[in-house]
Design a protein around this ligand. Sequence first.
Ligand SMILES: [Fe+2]
Length: 182
Amino acid sequence: MSALSSPRSFSAPARGRVPAPSQADLLDFARRTAADTELIDSLPLDPEGRTWVRLQGPGGSEAWLIGWPPGTGTGWHDHADSVGAFFTARGELKENALAARLPTDGWKTLELSENVDRERRLPAGRGRAFGRHHVHEVLNESTEEHAISVHAYYPPLPRIRRYSRTGQVLRLEHVERPEDWQ
Ligand SMILES: [Fe+2]
């Protein structure tokens, strides 16, 4: 009897799990999206603060188009257990990052060793991917130009842990849930 199942059910797509997007997939998405000039030009820009538009990322990832007025930045943070990527479409971003794998939970302050700081300049046409627990801050240091970038994270809706930093001491200030961070 089962051999006589209808063509419709026979040809139905398998409901398998979609593989999780890799860092390379997220970076590729961010690169392609940053090249979509119509989309990039559609982002409203505000000289007073960052602007956001949510995008449909690949494989169920969370993606955002972000406008950065001159002099704005994120402050130190990480995306906990999510991996991510971002790509600059306009202007230039700077990323300050820690080249150290930090414990995710169970601490309030950490004294960083010397030589853990890394700086990257990401002008339009450049981006990067990052792994879990990547601690960074992203800035538009320009005094004149907006920057626009595309960001993608997987798993989506990551926790964002925010830190203050005094010299080599990093202090966990609070953990934001996705609903807090627009
Ligand atoms: Fe980030």
